[in-house]
Design a protein around this ligand. Structure first.
Ligand code: FAD
Ligand code: EGU
Length: 481
């Protein structure tokens, strides 16, 4: 095919390339098309819409506000939500099999379980529906030359180079474009594999065809070092994701060891998963690895920007990877709208100067939650923490917004979410210390009053000293001088 001439910049028309036709790349293509750009999207895999089986990562994902807002911008939100299952609360499963639920917020505040493949297909079809978008499947980026802004692709039959005005790297956590940028210029890069791997298991519907668990919840089995999460599918199955250290995976070598492990840690799930089904799923499905990536800057070489996992792969312990990637696209789009004549370089510069903080913040938040979940969070502790959150929010609805709620149900920039949650935490500490000290002072005063000690001058100085100490403490925690 004369791909290279076809994709070259047409006279007077601005042509850009999107590398990666995953969730983020296919959304980005539609947003750019809306701004009138001529878009060429290159995806290394074949067209998933014509495949019977797609290998790869998680089957379903939690979609929340940030992702929805981006889908709304391309008019796809309603379509996606039609096939999505709302989850209004978490359902926490303890080892004993007891469950408790906690709402995420109001009725409107719910997250949605969406099928990754279907969402990707809908996004590709939408991108393709624009006449200024061309999709190129089985095109793998191999090299990039930023001085000429040219890209080298290999297809099953040939390899060739195309020149473009600008390129968006949406090629995921193991991004080739990012590696090319690192080769070209001063790109800081940091990656970390966590100790945990994950295994996806299908939890089939009951024999009568019904869901095996109540469908409108995010199901969680928190067990410190091990954790299991289940999200509903439209076909009445659930996709269960088991997170545990790679070493533990390696130590489960046969059916007996697997069933013993489940009897001990997740006994309530055994009957619904089914022993045979569990064994089959566990030993035939691959163990996934989880990488966390940070880099800076996201705009380099004057013609390339990284979006989505390519810029910031986060561990999945906030359910934000896709949501954050979609928000990247939306933010870039908003900056493009604000730039004169859709000046892509200006938008990219502004994007790069401001948005990296938020990317780093969600990577940190996700990793922090991973550490917290594995360190001391069993089902009881998880319940307690989340109940505290909702009580505080109920008491102080404006002042205290739970962290997860700012992450999942707002578009407050992630780095502001972090600052705000730190302020909230200080406030709570102060409130707790104050009430604790007040109670103590009252008890002491009453005791003194009774014993007559209060008449002594020495004890009248005590409250003054206590006051000074307290004032100091306040200044410490509030950070004021
Ligand atoms: P990808 O989805 O990885 O897409 C990259 C695309 O680029 C792929 O199609 C790939 O084939 C293509 N590509 C790669 N290299 C090249 C190349 N050289 N040339 C051309 N094309 C190339 N996020 C959520 O928001 N909610 C969740 O509940 C959630 N759960 C998760 C659970 C797990 C277990 C994991 C691992 C992740 C989860 N995520 C979740 C994160 C989410 O999967 C990712 O953030 C999201 O897929 C990122 O999309 P992307 O388009 O940037 O990258
Ligand atoms: C992990 C894997 C519960 C899908 C974080 C909550 C996740 C998801 C939570 C996966 C948890 C953890 C939140 C949402 C969501 C909770 C959240 C995590 C979807 C703090 C398919 N997490 N996830 N927090 O609040 O904000 O219910 O694989 F167990 S959705 Cl780890 Cl809101």
């Amino acid at each position: 095919m004369a791909q290279s001439t076809m994709t070259r910049e047409k006279e007077g028309q601005r042509s850009v390339a999107v590398v990666g036709g995953g969730l983020v790349g296919s959304l980005q293509a539609s947003l750019l098309a809306k701004r009138g750009f001529n878009v060429n999207l290159y995806e290394s895999r074949a067209d998933i819409r014509s495949m019977t089986h797609v290998s790869g990562r998680s089957i379903n994902l939690a979609l929340s506000t940030r992702g929805r807002e981006a889908l709304k911008a391309v008019g796809l939100e309603a379509t996606v939500l039609q096939d999505a299952i709302p989850m209004y609360s978490r359902m926490i499963h303890s080892v004993s099999g007891s469950t408790s639920t906690q709402p995420y917020g109001t009725k409107e505040q719910c997250i949605y379980s969406v099928d990754r493949r279907r969402l990707n297909e809908q996004l590709l079809t939408l991108a393709e529906s624009h006449d200024n978008v061309s999709l190129h499947f089985s095109h793998k980026l191999t090299r990039a030359d930023f001085t000429k802004c040219s890209l080298e692709f290999s297809t099953p039959n040939e390899s060739f180079t195309v020149a473009t005005e600008f390129v968006f790297g949406c090629d995921g956590a193991y991004s080739t474009l990012r590696r090319q940028m690192m080769r070209y210029g001063r790109l800081n890069y940091e990656q970390e594999y966590i100790e945990h791997g994950y295994k996806e298991l299908c939890l089939p519907p009951l024999p009568d065809g019904d869901y095996a668990l109540p469908p409108n919840h995010l199901h969680i089995w928190p067990r410190n070092e091990f954790m299991m999460i289940a999200l509903p599918n439209t076909d009445h199955s659930f996709t269960v994701t088991l997170f545990m250290p790679f070493l533990t995976f390696e130590n489960i070598r046969n059916e007996f060891e697997l069933l013993t492990f489940f009897e001990e840690h997740f006994p309530d799930s055994l009957d619904i998963l089914g022993r045979d089904n569990l064994t089959k799923e566990f030993f035939s499905n691959p163990t996934g690895q989880v990488i966390s990536v940070k880099c800076y800057p996201h705009f380099l070489g004057g013609c390339a920007v990284l979006l989505g996992d390519a810029a910031h792969a986060v561990v999945p312990f906030y359910g934000q990877g896709m949501n954050a990637g979609f928000e990247d696209c939306l933010i870039f789009y908003e900056l493009l709208l604000a730039a004169p004549q859709d000046d892509i370089v200006q938008a990219a510069q502004c994007y790069s100067d401001t948005h990296w903080r938020d990317c780093h913040a969600i990577a940190d938040l996700s990793k922090y939650n991973y550490l917290e979940m594995r360190s001391h969070v069993n089902s009881r502790w998880f319940l307690l923490l989340k109940t505290m959150d909702s009580i505080l929010h109920w008491l102080l609805p404006r002042v205290f917004i739970p962290l997860y709620s700012m992450v999942a149900f707002s578009r407050i920039p992630y780095h502001q979410v972090v600052l705000r949650s730190q302020r909230q935490r200080r406030l709570i500490t102060i409130a707790m210390v104050t009430s604790g000290v007040s109670v103590l002072v009252c008890v002491v005063c009453v005791a003194m009053e009774r014993s007559g000690a209060y008449n002594s001058l020495r004890y009248r100085i005590l409250p003054c000293v206590a006051g000074c100490v307290l004032k100091d403490f306040y200044q410490q925690v509030t950070g004021s001088s």
